[in-house]
Design a binder for this molecule. Structure first.
Ligand code: FES
Length: 146
């Protein structure tokens, strides 16, 4: 973590910031998820709609399933129309894009941080929670937004 902070400060001193800083991290990473990075950052605003009748997203019709779209982890938490939870894929601990749905909340496998369905931290691995988003289901259209 210390190295990352130093690197962050070093890059900032060179004039990198925001999206370009994120791109630098992704470029140095071996994580394939960065290849599809569409520029959504943990603190950026999110607003997109996916169609749950589309095979690519239909797993969200099954309680307990989740998928990642635009670095947002979307989980089906119950069969109710309100039974969704959405959080950033970016862990608040050291910024790894590896947050996943555990069935009862969210977790990051890198160092074991855990989070509630609303993104609050539920252990002390990370000092803070992760950004959660709102969801709204209309027919088969699920909107995820800040
Ligand atoms: S980066 Fe997620 S637990 Fe450390």
């Amino acid at each position: 973590m210390e190295n990352k902070i130093k690197r962050n400060e070093f890059l900032k001193s060179l004039g990198f910031k925001g999206a370009s800083l994120l791109a630098v991290y992704c470029g140095a990473s071996t994580l394939s998820s960065c290849k599809n990075d569409s520029g959504v950052t943990p603190s950026g605003s999110v607003d997109f709609t996916i169609d749950l009748s589309n095979a690519a997203y239909s797993k969200l019709n099954t309680v307990g399933s989740f998928l990642v779209y635009n670095q947002v982890v979307i989980a089906r938490t119950s069969s109710a129309a309100t039974g969704f939870a959405a959080v950033t894929q970016i862990c608040s601990h050291e910024g790894q894009p590896q947050v996943y749905f555990t069935g009862g909340g969210f977790a990051c496998p890198v160092h074991g941080a855990t989070f509630s369905l609303s993104g609050a931290k539920t252990n002390n691995v990370s000092s803070k929670g992760i950004t959660a988003y709102q969801t709204a289901l209309s027919g088969t259209s699920l909107r995820v937004f800040s």
